[in-house]
Design a protein around this ligand. Structure first.
Ligand code: ZN
Length: 221
């Protein structure tokens, strides 16, 4: 059966279709790898977030109880939404198979990421994947070179990065993932976060902004 193509225009704000899977890329900005004491990888570092972690613009990020984690942090990222079934494709086909981009906040329990040895709990709590507010068509190369990702907490700037500074480009990442698993229309790839990750506490309002997409705003409780 051929999957239907993902149509960006039918997924406007407030009606985003949940992805079947969420693949994330770690340490894709050199300065962020360094701030956490990690080396820049020579291959993309991949991990999953469960689709159950998705929340939409305006919904609340729920902090787990302190018995589980005491260090929850924001990670502002460009989200890539897949538009076609992609299996073992090259970079050019990967680019053509991208439906669009959106904002993602890869919320992370940093203490668990360090102590668990794998990242299932650290990245996987319910509400730990805000995305939106909408999906816009994949930018031209010129636009992409000027695309920035920004994070603000209570109006204060925390993160500011440029897509041009990614270690691995978006088409390369999509191609790389497709060599491992079939990507389906609607799947989401979070492409890594720039430097400046930091804590979230109850009462905060966290915003992720991607040029051309808009602002993803979520309260924290
Ligand atoms: Zn991340």
């Amino acid at each position: 059966m051929t999957a239907a193509l993902f149509n960006v225009s039918t997924h406007m704000e407030g009606s985003l279709q949940r992805p079947g899977k969420i693949i994330c890329v770690g340490r894709n900005y050199a300065a962020h790898a360094k701030e956490l004491g990690n080396v820049v990888p020579d291959k993309p570092l991949l991990f999953f977030k469960p689709p159950s972690s998705i929340i939409d613009n305006g919904e609340t990020i729920i902090l787990p109880p302190p018995s589980l984690t005491k260090q929850v942090e924001h990670e502002a990222e460009v989200g890539v939404v897949i538009g076609a079934r992609l299996r073992n494709v090259d970079g050019k086909a990967a680019r053509n198979g991208i439906a669009g981009i959106t904002c993602v906040n890869d919320v992370t329990a940093r203490d668990l990421q360090k102590t668990d040895g794998h990242w299932v709990r650290a990245k996987g709590f319910d509400t730990f994947c805000p995305w939106g507010p909408k999906i816009v068509p994949f930018p031209s190369d010129d636009q992409l070179a000027k695309t920035e990702v920004t994070c603000r907490v209570n109006g204060s700037l925390r993160q500011h990065g440029h897509v041009a500074d990614m270690v691995f480009s978006i088409p390369f990442l999509v191609s790389y993932v497709s060599q491992v698993m079939t990507l389906e229309p609607g799947d989401l790839i979070a492409t890594g976060t720039p430097e400046g990750v930091g804590p979230l506490k109850s009462g905060d309002v966290v915003e992720v902004e991607v040029t051309g997409v808009g602002v993803l705003r979520n309260p924290v409780r």
